[in-house]
Design a protein around this ligand. Structure first.
Ligand code: ATP
Length: 319
C-alpha cells in the first residue's frame, strides 16, 4: 500500500468539516445540519447513529459523490474542489456489495484496478496486497456469486483497497455476516490502521466500534450529538457493579447499600451505579456480604458503549 502522507504536513488532519449542511431536494428537513468534525490522520474513527441519522450522506460528501451545499470540507488538506487529488487518496467501501457477481474475484479486481487507472506494475502489487489482506487467495478464480456472505464483504473491501488509499471509508462493512468473517474484517481494519491508514467506519455494532475505534462521533437527526475519544468517553462514565446473587435481595438489604449509588434489581440480578470508585474490589464485595448478600457472579467496570449510545440517542439499536 502507498504510505500515508506525513502528519507534519500543512494539514495534520485527515478530514476537517465545518458547518456542513445538506438538504435533499424536496426533503422537509436537512439530512445534515451544521456538522463540525475533525478526524486525525491514522485514527480509526467510528461514525455511529440510528437509521436515517445522516451517516451515508456525510460519507457521500466526504468522498465527493454528493456536492456539499453549505460549509467547508477539507480532506488531507485539500478542499473538495480538488476532486482528482481526493479520489487518489480516498476509497469508500459501500454498504451494498458493489462488484460483478458473474465475474471471478480476480476478474473483479482487475476490472476495478483498470477503473482506478493503475499502471501494470502497481496493479499487480495492489491486487496482491488487497487479496492477501482480505484473505481471498484461495477463492480468487471462483465466480463471486458463489462466495459466502463473508467472502463477498471481503471482496468488497479488497476492491476498496486497490488504490492504496490514505483514507478508507467503510459503510457498515460487517453487516449480515458470520462471526468468523466479522472477526477477519475487524482484524484487517486493525492491520490497515497499524500501517498508518485513516479508517472512517460506520456501524450499528457497538462492540465492534469499541474494539477497533480510537475516536467516535454519534450523529442523530443530521447533527453531531457527541464527539469524543473512546477512552475518554468510557473513562468519564459512571462505574457499574453488576452482581448475580444467591437469592433475591430484600428492601432492607438494599437500603444498607444505598450510599454506594443508585441500584437496579431484576430478580437475583443487582446492578449498582457507583457514586465513586471504591478503594478496592474486595472492599466492595465485603460491603455486599455485610448486607447479608452472597455474590455468585460479579462484573465491575464501566458502562458499555452500547449503553452510552442508547442513553444519548434514546432509540433502539438496529439489528
Ligand atoms: P442508515 O443507517 O439507515 O444507512 P444513515 O445514517 O446513513 O442511515 P442517510 O442515508 O444519510 O442516513 O439519510 C439521512 C436522511 O436523509 C434520512 O432522513 C433519509 O431519509 C434522507 N435521505 C437519504 N437519501 C435521500 C435521497 N436520495 N433523497 C431524499 N432523502 C434522502
Amino acid at each position: 500500500m502507498k504510505s500515508p502522507a506525513n502528519a507534519s504536513g500543512p494539514e495534520p488532519l485527515a478530514v476537517s468539516v465545518r458547518g456542513l449542511s445538506y438538504q435533499y431536494p424536496h426533503a422537509a428537513e436537512p439530512a445534515l445540519n451544521k456538522i463540525d468534525l475533525q478526524i486525525r490522520k491514522g485514527d480509526c474513527f467510528g461514525l455511529l447513529g440510528p437509521n436515517g441519522a445522516g451517516k451515508t450522506t456525510l460519507l457521500s460528501i466526504l468522498t465527493g459523490m454528493l456536492a456539499a451545499q453549505h460549509g467547508e470540507v477539507r480532506i488531507a488538506g485539500h478542499g473538495l474542489g480538488r476532486s482528482a487529488e481526493i479520489k487518489k487518496r480516498c476509497a469508500i467501501v459501500p454498504q451494498d456489495l458493489a462488484f460483478y457477481p458473474g465475474l471471478t474475484g480476480r476478474e473483479n479486481l482487475e476490472f476495478f484496478a483498470g477503473l482506478y487507472g493503475l499502471r501494470a506494475m502497481d496493479r499487480k502489487r495492489q491486487m496482491a496486497e488487497s487479496t492477501d489482506i482480505c484473505g481471498l487467495r484461495e477463492v480468487l478464480d471462483k465466480r463471486a456469486e458463489t462466495y459466502s456472505g463473508g467472502l463477498k464483504r471481503r471482496l468488497n473491501l479488497a476492491i476498496g483497497l486497490l488504490n492504496g488509499p490514505e483514507i478508507l471509508y467503510l459503510d457498515e462493512p460487517t453487516v449480515g455476516i458470520d462471526a468468523q468473517s466479522r472477526s477477519f474484517i475487524l482484524e484487517a481494519i486493525r492491520s490497515l490502521k497499524a500501517g498508518g491508514m485513516t479508517v472512517v467506519y460506520t456501524s450499528h455494532y457497538m462492540e465492534e466500534v469499541q474494539a477497533v475505534c480510537d475516536q467516535l462521533a454519534i450523529v442523530d437527526n443530521g447533527r453531531i450529538v457527541l464527539e469524543s475519544s473512546l477512552a475518554e468517553l468510557l473513562d468519564q462514565q459512571q462505574k457499574v457493579f453488576d452482581l448475580t446473587l444467591s437469592q433475591e435481595p430484600e428492601e432492607s438489604q438494599l437500603s444498607q447499600l444505598a450510599d454506594l449509588g443508585e441500584s437496579e434489581v431484576h430478580g437475583r440480578h443487582l446492578k449498582i451505579y457507583l457514586n465513586s470508585s471504591p478503594a478496592s474490589l474486595d472492599s466492595l464485595i465485603e460491603r455486599i456480604r455485610s448486607a447479608g448478600l452472597e455474590p455468585r457472579q460479579i462484573q465491575y467496570g464501566m458502562n458499555r458503549l452500547e449503553d452510552i449510545y442508547l442513553s444519548i440517542t434514546k432509540r433502539e439499536l438496529r439489528d
